[in-house]
Design a protein. Sequence first.
Lengths: 332, 232, 289
Amino acid sequence: MKALIALLVCAAIAAAAGLLAPVYDWAGGLRFASEMFLYLAMAQMWNLLAGYAGLLCMGQQMFIGLGTYCLFYTSLQLHVSPYWAMPVSFVFCGLMAALAALFMFRLRLVYFAIGTWVLSDMIASFISRTPELGGASGYQLSDVLPLINFDWFDEVIFWIAAAIAFATVWGAYALMRSSVGLGLMSIRDNDLAASSLGVDVWTNRFIVFVIAGAGCGLAGAVYFTAQLAMGPAQAFDPNWVVAMLFITIVGGIGTLEGPILGTAIYFALREVFTNVLGLSGAWYLIALGGAAMVVMLYAPNGLWPVVRDRFNIRGLSVRRQPPKSLLAQPAE
Amino acid sequence: MKLLEVTGLGVFYGDLQALFDIGVAVEAGQAVALIGANGAGKTTFLKSVAGLLASKRGRIVFDGQEIGGLPAERVAHLGLALVPEGRQLFQNMTIEENLIMGGYTGRKGYWTLARVYALFPSIARRGGEMPFVLSGGEQQMVAIGRALMANPRLLLADEISQGLAPVVVDQIYKAFPAIRAEGTSIIVVEQEVRRAAAASDYTYCMLKGRVTLEGRSNELSFDALSRAYFGT
Amino acid sequence: MDWVGLIINGLCLGGLYGMLGVGLALVTGVMRFVNISHGEFIVMAAFLGVFASLQVPGINPLWLIVPVAIVFFFVGYGVQAVLFNKVVTAPDFLAPILLTFGFSIVLQNVMFEAFGTNVRSLTAGGLARESISVGGISIGVLPLITLGLAILFFVVLQLVIARTAFGRAVRATADNRDVARLMGVRPTRIFNITMGLSLALAAVAGMLLAMRATFTPFSGLSNLLVAFEVIVIGGFGSFWGALLGGFLLGLAQLIGLHFDPDAGIFYVHLAFFAVVLFRPQGLMGIKLP
């Protein structure tokens, strides 16, 4: 209940920001916030995969790329506004994830991790060399620009991004509180024991993989819609996974609040490095990589658990509590 | 001076305390039995003496030297060898390589490859085979032989009768006098009370992480042992 | 269509791929984690080779392979001792992957800051253009040397692992770390030396790759992926499987490039997936863990 209230409060704040933006001309702020929301959504998806389903997917950028290409292709070919192409992206990526799972799930653990990376590399390479799919230069939305109302473009993107972010956080919370979530957590801890208890490991992982693929695809599609252009190098950039990984690990893998904290840190670092210190992108990546290493060595569960345990916050915890009636009874 | 003297040993798995105030002593040349039911803490005791468990209190003095803080690889060089529970032979090498691996510390003494084969004739001509083709009893012999190859002053044998037929276990225990004769003292952990008593000079009984009874093996009554074993 | 020449060159490239794989296989077998920064060390060795080659312009870079490999043995020893040993004992399988992934990001970008994006390569001088004639077929000398070196290193590595006391200690540690400790083996020392060997092999492969093709600070990724694919299709735990896997991928690569010249390592990936789909136990029939 408390979690629901917290989420609603955040939603109200974001709604207020969105409504006030055109009044105060916060376009830049809106774009920044949109980006943050999209990264948060993607990180939540990656966290679901790695932290809850035990699937370390180093090739998750493949869905960002596929979602983006689906949106641009659909929008341009059918000559519709990109907003209508977004749900198509979502469904397409879900299907692609389902297909990929069929053979990728044969690989376990780290082999799965790198195998997905290989697959992503292959798809990017193939698209790059296929002129019918835009080749190495990709697509621009120039042909459908007249279909977009640019007075409200930043605001609409903001709303969509915010909605996606909330959907992923709330959706993940709901999923984890359900029986599917309980099954997932048992799989994460010990998949052999889980399956011997009758938890269908394959199906549970499949569900999460499809949801995560669809979610990342949609987030990527929205991101590049805001840019109005994309290419295979950007859409399938492995640095997407670097970001998702950093946010999730530093924030706190396997917790729902972790990616929120991680996203804030990620963007704070980025602003400090590029705007305040004026250093090149490479230094920023060095800092990211270094920070991930330090966290892995000294706080492997991420920073959120440190904060949470220090201040005893329950937050969006999905840990089941025993019913109050049981707690009141003396033990044995 | 005692070969091994353990006083006030407490061992922890994380926050859980598994052993409480254990006191065990072994004289040079002795065979000591450590008996108790499952979960009593016998394996935990052997592993902590051998240096595999770091989280502990109390003193472990081996041959006059404090070894409580040493890791297993250092303890092995000092002449203490553990035959681990369940044999745990190296599956990716042959029987002979397993035995040679036992001599990694380079400690010199009576035991060589040839003499180990002489002690356990059943495995003598099977050096080139892989562990998984051997029977449980033969694997146990290899495990003991592997420990002997380090020419230890103290041999710790963890549940060597586990999962084996009594006839086979008899065969293995027949090797003990020869091992002792060459100057190796033994601590044998067993669930079978009679066999342990027959093979040892002194017996300790454990229950739930504590020593509940100790005494000369031939002086302990069956009743006293049962009570100490089961805690009734 | 010079099939025989293509096949032989494919095998030579395959030997190189096998070497990439076996360096990684050493680490996965003994320490049970995948060093995602393995590719970056391959590239760093190539940069070191270029740098060293500029210092001694008269000497053919082939002679620099051994010194560079020795340097990287110590680099590997050091990195393992200082950094990787902290996560090797972690029960969590994610920790080493994520640590080495972070490390690879750091290394790539440090190289980028230091060396820029210019493509580099090592020239083996005249040797790169020479070829010998065997039974009427022209085979490049450099590819042959590469194949020869790959097989030599494989044989030496296999002998070390199978016949020496150190090799036994490595196998023991890989099988059962605690029982190996009971025998007096110091696991951290074994890990340090193993990582040293792994990076030394990576260095050799890096130098040879640099002589075949250009590289940039970001070339590490494709090298890592190839190394990884080699050990997966070769079968976990088999060095000869890695060599065979390398051959298969090398052949796939060159045959693919013949028909589709700009494909990068696409056909390597394709061959990898084909094996994963149709023979998931790998070429040597060993089950994937």
